[in-house]
Design a binder for this molecule. Structure first.
Ligand SMILES: Cc1cc2nc3c(=O)[nH]c(=O)nc-3n(C[C@H](O)[C@H](O)[C@H](O)COP(=O)(O)O)c2cc1C
Length: 366
């Protein structure tokens, strides 16, 4: 009988691209510059957040007119903090695994092993065209990402690493120094069959778009069964856009305003682009396959997780996502610094109370 608690982890989206996380002209007191972000990272680690997730975008589109690069920005945030883990986004194509493995190993040494990576597979065809990158079909992108992840792990953990892939090749390669322990964790995003299958084979963490506990549970059961068959285990992160206010009506009024002030052309443009993601995959599922136009006002369907209400309501819904199999909640906000602080001070403690109550009940029943 173990008393060990499996506490949910909390992460926030690093606003390293401009325009925040909703495609709306509503006022957003969120900056994309480094000073704003350093302070935000410090607020987050002082208020119970475990991870920060940086974004990689090479071009503007749908509101993100400026985009700081993810690895260098992540390092700056790690240098300004002491506990927070920062997940640097990597996009196979622009990055090759030899450079990525070396960059991340060095950052691991500079930051006491607090760096992680998010291997993204790409959804934005216009971006690839703009930077002259070959646009692969949906499932081919994941095949390349899987080789990328296998190469990262091989380089980080083996000497004389040899790998003969279709996209990458390594010959008797011994990179030194290896990253410090703990090894950098490998996250990935997606919902499509190819994304899930890759997670079930190689990733430490699988991030998915916002959704109801019922839909999250379906994905979790599917991925965990496949992972178990592969002798692999994978943890699950769920995206959510949180709007915590004193009353549920106030929180919903904010959501209504975000949607009312959405930029319809930009949302439609985004909707057209994401058809290149999982909707175009052979099985027609994927991150945005079932998103409504209103869902798409938040880049990763964050309204669907319904963390919109009072702190007590939100804490209860977070526990429902945990019950559905989530190990981590990834959060976006309208006004990051103030809302990350509010969330950490008022909602994470409620979640911890509910988790402790659950544990006590479980132990009593054992
Ligand atoms: C939490 C999360 C973070 C992501 N971050 C990025 C990113 O920074 N840059 C990017 O181009 N794509 C990003 N993606 C997109 C994914 O890598 C992937 O291309 C997309 O989810 C398509 O998935 P699908 O195959 O299920 O449709 C992210 C996805 C998720 C769920």
């Amino acid at each position: 009988m173990s008393q060990t608690r499996d506490e949910l982890k909390f992460a926030y989206w690093v606003p390293n691209v401009s325009g925040g996380l909703v495609i709306s002209n509503i006022e957003q007191r969120t900056g994309w510059d480094i000073d704003y972000n350093r302070k935000l990272a410090q607020i987050a680690e002082a208020n119970g957040f475990d991870y920060a997730l940086s974004q990689i975008r090479f071009t503007a589109g749908y509101g993100a007119d400026n985009q700081h690069e993810s690895v260098s920005f992540s390092h700056a945030l790690l240098a300004a903090t002491t506990k927070l883990k920062v997940i640097a986004a990597l996009l196979p194509g622009p990055w090759n695994p030899a450079l990525a493995a070396k960059q991340i190993a060095t950052i691991s040494h500079l930051t006491n092993g607090r760096v992680a990576v998010n291997v993204v597979s790409g959804w934005f065809r216009g971006e690839f065209a703009a930077i002259g990158e070959l646009w692969l079909d949906h499932d081919e992108r994941y095949r390349r990402s899987e080789e990328f992840i296998r190469a990262l792990r091989g380089i980080w953990t083996e000497d004389n690493f040899t790998f003969k892939g279709d996209f990458y090749r390594f010959n008797d390669y011994s990179m030194k120094p290896k990253p410090v322990d703990p090894q950098p964790e490998i996250f990935q995003g997606g919902s499509s069959r190819a994304a899930r299958d890759m997670a079930a084979r190689v990733s430490d963490w699988y991030f998915t778009n916002g959704n109801t506990p019922e839909e999250i549970r379906k994905q979790v059961d599917d991925i965990r069964a496949k992972a178990a068959a592969n002798g692999h285990s994978v943890k699950i992160g769920v995206n959510a856009f949180a709007i915590a206010r004193e009353t549920e009506a106030e929180a919903h009024a904010v959501l209504d305003e975000i949607v009312a002030k959405a930029n319809p052309e930009a949302v439609q443009g985004f909707a057209d682009q994401v058809k290149n993601a999982g909707k175009a995959s052979p099985e027609g599922e994927g991150n945005w396959a079932k998103s409504s136009l209103e869902d798409l006002v938040q880049y990763n369907d964050g309204f669907r997780s319904n963390l919109i209400g009072t702190p007590v309501q939100i804490a209860g819904r977070i526990i429902a996502l945990k019950d559905a199999g989530a190990d981590l909640i990834l959060l976006g906000f309208l006004h990051f610094q103030e809302e990350v602080e509010f969330f950490g001070k008022n909602i994470i403690p409620l979640v911890r109370e509910l988790e402790a109550k659950r544990d006590a009940q479980r132990i009593a029943a054992e």
